[in-house]
Structures are given as C-alpha cells and as structure tokens.
Design a protein around this ligand. Structure first.
Ligand SMILES: [Zn+2]
Length: 126
C-alpha cells in the first residue's frame, strides 16, 4: 500500500524481515506483560494485598492491572498484621496504634510504652 509507506516510512523494510522479527517481538511482549505482573505484585504487596493474585492479574491485564494495583486503596489491616509479624512494629497498649518496635514513647498518645523489642508481637491479638 502506498499510503502506508507514506505514513510509516521504513515499513517496507520491516515487512521483508517480518518472519524473523515477529517471534522476537512476541517474546518482548510476553516479557513486558511479565514485567507488569511483577510490578503489580510489588505494588499490591506493599499495600498489604496478595502479591501472587496481583501478579496473575498483572499478567492478564498488563498495564491495566498495574493501574488497578496503583489506585487500589491500602489494606491497612493486612499491613498492620504484616508489620507486627515481621517484628518491626508493635501495638501501643494504650491507644492501639501501631508504633515502631524500638519506640519508648507512643507517637500517637505519648504514653510510655517501654523500649522492649521482643515482647511485642505476641500480646497483640485481634
Ligand atoms: Zn499510644
């Protein structure tokens, strides 16, 4: 087509070696989709969501999955649980807010919570 040649200069050269190139561009596309899956998973898990589930979603939806992961609200409860489990955070016994495990004073209510690192995660059920 003459018009295509006008709008996309160099297209004729591409079509000549199309057979060789098609395969590699498919691989690139799969790689790109794979990347979207991974980024979606990272974003989702940083928000306390299921990394595996969002990776699959990213694979299927590509950029859309990533956008969904980005606009999705944080799962505060899951994030708190994760922080408690990892031992980075503890729950203030007075106001029940999450504070750093090293904290001596609660940053929310100012209560003295002690600097004990290890006695935090177990006593914070519910
Ligand atoms: Zn507090």
């Amino acid at each position: 087509m003459v018009f295509e040649g006008l709008f996309y200069p160099g297209k004729d050269e591409q079509t000549k070696e199309n057979f060789g190139r098609k395969e590699s561009s498919d691989v690139e596309l799969i790689f790109l989709w794979f990347l979207f899956g991974i980024i979606s998973a990272v974003v989702a898990s940083s928000k306390g969501r299921s990394g595996c589930g969002w990776m699959l979603l990213g694979f299927f939806l590509g950029p859309l999955g990533l956008i969904l992961a980005l606009v999705m609200p944080k799962n505060e409860e899951a994030m708190e649980k994760k922080a408690l489990k990892s031992g980075k955070m503890k729950r203030c016994p007075y106001c029940a807010e999450l504070i750093r495990a090293e904290a001596v004073k609660c940053r929310f209510c100012g209560a003295d919570v002690g600097g004990g690192k290890n006695d935090s995660a177990s006593e914070t059920a519910t």
